[in-house]
Write a protein that binds this ligand. Structure first.
Ligand SMILES: NC(=O)c1ccc[n+]([C@@H]2O[C@H](COP(=O)([O-])OP(=O)(O)OC[C@H]3O[C@@H](n4cnc5c(N)ncnc54)[C@H](OP(=O)(O)O)[C@@H]3O)[C@@H](O)[C@H]2O)c1
Length: 244
């Protein structure tokens, strides 16, 4: 998605600074490379020195490795939480300290997975939920303090590519088939990037890419009856995981 977004903004005539932890990266999707670990407040300050009009916080990680019982790994939990939630939050806070004479849009890429917790990608879901809560909670304070700094969030659905397949590492055959359907019918990154860029042109605070009806039901269930939602997860794990 990062390269697809870069390509879209190059096509629109923008100067695109591609941010990566890699020290070498070239392609038609960036004007220049900024190597940055995206871990700390200092890393965020280094990005803001480019004096951007738009920051898209797209880097993200999912649970590609789990322990033999499906339990999240400590290191991966730390890393996912840092890149999916903590760094976007730190960047927004650092941006709020600067004096801007024009609009700076900070767009975090969330996920429709943020609607409710899931035993089939719990760390990813938790990090995206935290990201959504932070942007919706802190964004209004920052905007009130400085009308030129807008913290916004876009929630994509599944995108064709490896990240969307990661939840299958906990699923049994039946669950795999359901997930495979979603992954195979997912749109290409280029299409999603165009949709996101068009959304950024508008004024919405939170954008959502086609959320399946089942996701909406889970979201309401979780909000209205959290204890029974937990029971549903216990039941779902027994039915859908490869570890029982
Ligand atoms: N794919 C989906 O189905 C889907 C659905 C909803 C939301 N999203 C969100 O959309 C965004 C882009 O997803 P994608 O499908 O393009 O994922 P991707 O192909 O796995 O790319 C993720 C990018 O994030 C970078 N990254 C991962 N962990 C990092 C870390 N710890 N520190 C710094 N950079 C890190 C990777 O850099 P390297 O190249 O250096 O590894 C890679 O460039 C993510 O925020 C994802 O959560 C994706």
């Amino acid at each position: 998605m990062g390269s697809a977004l870069g390509r879209e903004y190059i096509r629109r005539g923008w100067h695109v600074v591609g941010v990566s932890r890699k020290s070498q990266l070239s392609g038609e999707f960036l004007s220049e490379l900024c190597t940055n670990e995206q871990q700390s407040g200092e890393d965020a300050q280094a990005l803001l020195k480019y004096n951007p009009d738009l920051v898209i916080l797209n880097a993200g990680q999912i649970e590609t490795e789990i322990d033999p019982k499906g339990i999240p790994l400590t290191e991966m939990t730390e890393s996912i939480t840092r890149i999916n939630y903590l760094f976007p939050a730190l960047l927004a806070l650092e941006a709020s300290k600067l004096s801007h004479d024009r609009i700076l849009d900070i767009v975090a890429i969330g996920s429709i997975a943020d609607g409710s917790p899931s035993a089939f990608g719990p760390v990813y879901h938790a990090s995206k939920i935290a990201l959504h809560y932070f942007f919706s909670g802190v964004g209004p304070i920052v905007y009130n303090a400085n009308k030129n700094v807008r913290m916004r969030l876009y929630r994509p659905g599944a995108i064709k590519g490896p990240l969307s397949w990661a939840p299958v590492n906990r699923l049994n055959d039946k669950g795999y088939k359901i997930r495979a359907k979603r992954c195979e019918s997912a749109p290409e990154a280029n299409e999603v990037a165009r949709t996101i860029a068009r959304w950024i042109d508008g004024n919405e605070w939170i954008g959502t890419y086609k959320e399946p009806f089942s996701f909406k039901i889970f979201k309401w269930w979780f909000a209205l009856a959290p204890n029974s939602f937990y029971r549903l997860q216990v039941f779902g794990w027994r039915k859908g995981s490869k570890f029982v």
